[in-house]
Design a protein around this ligand. Structure first.
Ligand SMILES: Nc1ncnc2c1ncn2[C@@H]1O[C@H](COP(=O)(O)OP(=O)(O)OP(=O)(O)O)[C@@H](O)[C@H]1O
Length: 274
């Protein structure tokens, strides 16, 4: 069953004195319940516009965005509250997404309080301590502030914060792009383990196909506001049919030196032709 559906979504930006920008063109994207679906594209391809549209911050020019039967751009009252509770986000840069003045206890427990899921302070603190343990931190971190953690640890705090209120859909916007490669793998493993354990659904947005390969069962590739290829990750990554997907794949560093050399030669040949 699909949990999130974008149907024929278009978004055109009109800025005074400038040509209109068609940021999204007939986007069709289905995120099936209980899966991790990847959306991959380079800078400017339209990923942020899709996220903002799902968050209700941008209204599509046409088309529909449906979460569990709720039309997001039109949602009000109880429906809007349900979307805000059930759809949570993890952003690229935990340094700017976590308020530096709040303690970890307050940051992670905020949703429990706002959505009145745990109003008792000591029970909330205990619940936050459990969440911290779940993401590989500990109850000793409750009274610390985000700035005293590493980038990877901050992203763990952001994940705990997003998971605190038991979301059905987690939207991850380039959650590991700002991290070192070794830390990236740890955070991806954590997300995958949490998803397997808790069964929520993930829309995972990235510019890097290597990251998608590690955790997504399906992937959609977006270029200049259009989905150019979509399917099971294994198929898309093994046999990409669109030249843009092929180019993205060639950009993925390969640990095998023979393959890496072959790719470098292909890129060189392409540049000469161009
Ligand atoms: N408010 C706006 N007004 C005008 N054009 C915009 C606006 N927001 C985005 N765009 C344009 O829409 C296109 C898609 O932008 P978007 O930010 O969605 O891409 P992206 O894939 O998220 O890129 P990045 O990874 O760099 O954030 C770009 O051409 C961008 O310049």
């Amino acid at each position: 069953m699909s949990l999130l559906e974008l149907r024929d979504v278009c978004k055109t930006f009109h800025a005074f004195g400038r040509e209109p920008v068609k940021a999204l063109r007939d986007i069709n994207l289905t995120v099936e319940e209980g899966t991790i679906t990847g959306l991959v594209g380079e800078s400017g391809s339209g990923k942020t516009t899709i996220i903002k549209s799902i968050m209700g911050l941008e209204k599509p020019t046409s088309g529909t965005i449906t979460y569990d039967g709720i039309n997001i751009p039109e949602a009000k009252g109880d429906e809007l509250r349900r979307v805000r509770r059930e759809v949570q986000f993890v952003f690229q840069d935990p340094t700017s997404s976590l308020n530096p003045r709040m303690t970890v206890e307050k940051l992670v427990g905020e949703g429990l309080l706002v959505h009145k899921l745990e109003t008792d302070r000591s029970r909330r603190r205990a619940r936050v301590a459990d969440l911290l343990t779940m993401v590989g931190l500990s109850d000793r971190d409750l009274d610390r502030h985000p700035r005293s953690f590493s980038g990877g640890q901050r992203q763990r705090i952001a994940i705990a914060r997003a998971l605190a209120i038991g979301p059905k859909l987690l939207i991850c916007d380039e959650p590991v792009s700002a991290l070192d490669v070794s830390v990236q793998a740890q955070v991806l493993n954590l997300l995958q383990d949490m998803q397997e354990e808790l069964g929520f659904t993930v829309l995972f947005i990235a510019h890097d196909l290597a990251v998608v390969r590690q955790i997504c069962s399906r992937v959609a590739v977006i270029q200049s506001g259009q989905i150019v290829e979509e399917g099971p990750s294994e198929t898309v990554l093994a046999n990409p049919t669109h030249p843009y997907t092929q180019a993205l794949l060639r950009a993925v560093p390969n640990p095998n030196p023979t393959v890496a050399r072959q790719r470098a030669q292909e890129r060189l040949a392409e540049e000469k032709v161009a």
